[in-house]
Design a protein around this ligand. Structure first.
Ligand code: GLC
Length: 453
């Protein structure tokens, strides 16, 4: 049975490939073109291409991944200028498409946020690009690609941009709402965990790919190294939440001024949400969604926690506790379809204010606590890495038949993800590639060694 399903997933991947001048350069987000939720699903999204690339690399189809990396690096120089400020060099597009002109010539049109719904520029694209370049180098042994001038320049610019001085005191990266996988307003402006995990990833990886004969590159590598240490310590301390920490926060003193304060971010115990104390099991924990001045976003976010495990941002003890949380709170976090993008949903006034009354992000739907099959392979990788192959297999078995039967939906609705998302696409490519990659990792766990971490 599973063989037939994987064959159908592979067929979807094959149908999703886009070509530029005859060369395969990427995969569209969804192929069910007629009923697509938005026109840009016909484009190749950088983040959606990641699981496609993993499958291609595992299968020895290196050319398409190399072409993709080359294409995206050229697009970088084409970013649009907004009157009064330039979109920063180094920022890579959220997505791109190939258009064939009347004279038969292909052109690539990229979206740096100036066409995207809500006009949001992605921060994660440039980070995923570096991570993919690292995995490509690691799998193929081809060190030449990363050494090319334009690749070195792109990585240096990205590091410069992320390490630039700002008004910040915190070592975490300050970003706007909607700049990553969650690309609509959801109250995640500030220091969202997913971006911190990706940031930590590139701070580790880019220096390994950068040649330091140039003194400015050497200097940026050193800054990156120092920032890796401070960011790691900061996330492990300030984002971590378990019952012991919750007790500390519950009894925190506030308004402490000066060097000896304990509650340095001035978190008010009154901000602990009602659902949390009874929900958080003993011997488990997670990294919270966002941290800032008098702000702890106590929501759980799936991708950030899984990437923190995969990239070694979380300690081993924390990684085990996070997996334990999934085991104990399986119906909430995994449910009928692995797995929740965040938990719990925002409702009522909070939903109105923080999403702008977004009807696509109503409670327990889409990005507001919907279930996303695209997260499956990250869950499998994180579980295997923490020695929880049992959870990985269980998640895979939960997804496999249903995903195929339902025609590869993009997301599911409801508290436990039993309903196909109201505005979900079908034939969503990363729902299929995530399943293929999950199976590959389960069958050959040593593939994990090719990933960063
Ligand atoms: C949605 C998702 C985003 C994804 C895109 C294409 O906008 O939120 O993460 O990249 O669809 O699938």
């Amino acid at each position: 049975m599973s063989k037939k399903i994987l064959k159908s997933a592979y067929q979807l991947l094959e149908d999703s490939i886009i070509y530029f001048e005859g060369k395969p350069i990427g995969t569209v987000a969804a192929t069910g073109f007629k009923g697509l939720a938005a026109a840009n699903y016909e484009e190749c999204f950088i983040r959606d291409f990641v699981p496609s690339a993993m499958v291609f690399l595992a299968d020895g189809r290196f050319d398409i991944v190399r072409n993709f990396l080359e294409t995206v690096v050229t697009l970088r120089t084409r970013e649009r200028v907004v009157a009064g400020h330039e979109i920063q060099p180094g920022v890579m597009p959220a997505s791109f498409r190939v258009e064939t002109q009347i004279d038969g010539k292909d052109t690539i049109i990229a979206d740096f946020g100036e066409r995207a719904i809500g006009r949001v520029a992605p921060v994660d694209s440039m980070m995923w690009w570096i991570i993919l370049l690292y995995v490509y180098t690691n799998v193929t042994g081809d060190k030449e690609l990363a050494k090319r001038k334009e690749f070195q320049a792109a990585m240096t610019q990205i590091l410069h941009l992320c390490l630039k001085d700002s008004f910040e005191v915190s070592p975490a990266l300050l970003v706007p709402d909607a700049c990553s996988m969650i690309d609509r307003r959801l109250g995640i402006y500030g220091h969202p965990l997913e971006i911190q995990a990706l940031f930590f990833g590139i701070l580790n990886l880019a220096p390994q790919l950068l040649d330091d004969s140039d003194p400015t590159v050497k200097a940026v590598k050193e800054t990156a190294y120092t920032r890796t240490q401070t960011l790691r310590n900061y996330v492990r301390l300030f984002y971590w939440l378990d019952l012991q920490r919750l007790n500390e926060i519950h009894r925190y003193r506030t308004e402490e001024f000066g060097a000896n304060s304990v509650n340095v971010l001035n978190i008010y115990p009154e901000s602990i949400p009602d659902w949390l104390p009874d929900w958080l099991p003993l011997d488990s924990g997670y990294l919270v969604g966002n941290v800032g001045a008098s702000r702890m976003d106590f929501r759980y976010f799936g991708l950030g926690n899984l990437l923190a495990i995969i990239f070694n941002l979380a300690t081993d003890t924390q990684a085990h506790a996070i997996m334990k949380l999934h085991e104990i709170r399986w119906p909430d976090l995994v449910g009928s379809m692995p797995m929740k993008i965040c938990y719990p949903a925002m409702e009522g006034l909070e939903w109105q204010v923080r999403t702008g009354s977004d009807p696509k992000n109503v409670p327990w739907s889409y990005q507001n606590a919907g279930n996303w099959p695209a997260l499956l392979w990250y869950f499998v990788a994180a579980s295997l890495k923490s020695g929880r192959g049992d959870l990985a297999e269980r998640a895979y078995q939960t997804a496999v038949d249903k995903l195929h039967h339902d025609n590869w939906p993009e997301y599911y609705d409801g508290r436990s993800g039993r309903l196909i998302g109201r505005r979900s696409n079908f034939k969503q490519v990363w729902s299929a590639t995530s399943l293929i990659m999950a199976r590959k990792l389960l069958d050959k766990p040593d593939l994990l060694s090719k990933l960063p971490g």
